[in-house]
Write a protein that binds this ligand. Sequence first.
Ligand SMILES: CSC[C@H]1O[C@H](OP(=O)(O)O)[C@H](O)[C@@H]1O
Ligand SMILES: Nc1ncnc2[nH]cnc12
Length: 290
Amino acid sequence: MTSTKIAVIGGSGIYDIDGLDGAEWVSVDSPWGAPSDQILTGTLDGVAMAFLPRHGRGHVHSPTTVPYRANIDALRRLGVTDVISVSACGSFREEMAPGDFVVVDQFIDRTFAREKSFFGTGCVAHVSVAHPTCPRLSQACITAATDTGINVHSSGTYLAMEGPQFSTLAESKMYRESLGADVIGMTNMPEAKLAREAELCYASVAMITDYDSWHPDHGEVDVTKIIETLMGNADKAGTMVARLPALLGADRAPCPHGCDRALEYAILTRPEARDAALVAKLDAVAGRML
Ligand SMILES: CSC[C@H]1O[C@H](OP(=O)(O)O)[C@H](O)[C@@H]1O
Ligand SMILES: Nc1ncnc2[nH]cnc12
């Protein structure tokens, strides 16, 4: 058994969380650069918690420039075991309406201008992301959302686009009709891939804010409306998060789905061929295996 430490990565419109005992913003140094912001630490129902605003307080980082590697590394350095992303998303499905939550279980990664791995020349690793989210943690999010009275969909495919512009109408229709995506956002990739490399359980709660631009009865997406819808849902997200410590408990059994052992058999570079500088940077993420 290890101790649970739950991190929430708050997306657009979510820059803080209430109710932590002993709340303190702490700075965490990472060899992967500066994280998006300081990290709010504390406890909730006796369980250690951490909160990181993905875009920084004041919304400084664009989806492309969010320091994804530094963020995941910093959470790992803090001893986090479980990461929950709470994100604003557009919907490609009539029945996934603004105000609903979707606990995402698949991704289509269409981002192209971001660093997507902690590994590379001098230390090569290939982890599986066939199932990119943790079923145990996702189920806790579904239960917490249901308990909170949220209209929650228990699965969905999230298309991660580069942005920062929203999709064209043709792209929106292609993502929906040809690629079969259910929701769209700009940030969950490479975050989910990096969490897997760092052997962290990861779940993604998508808060639907709009119908992107495909829906004939809704105008094209715009950021003011997104933030309006988001603000109407921020309290629901907070209540959902507050249920999680009781559901997950302070003592943590190994992940039944192997998220916390993802690097076993993943590192290919022979010990004598590894780059010492890269190995040193990997101390938090992969120290267990190096
Ligand atoms: C505010 S509209 C677009 C912006 O919102 C989402 O961010 P996040 O996933 O951090 O909630 C979306 O991915 C875009 O980055
Ligand atoms: N329609 C949309 N496209 C991309 N990111 C979003 N975030 C919220 N709504 C979005």
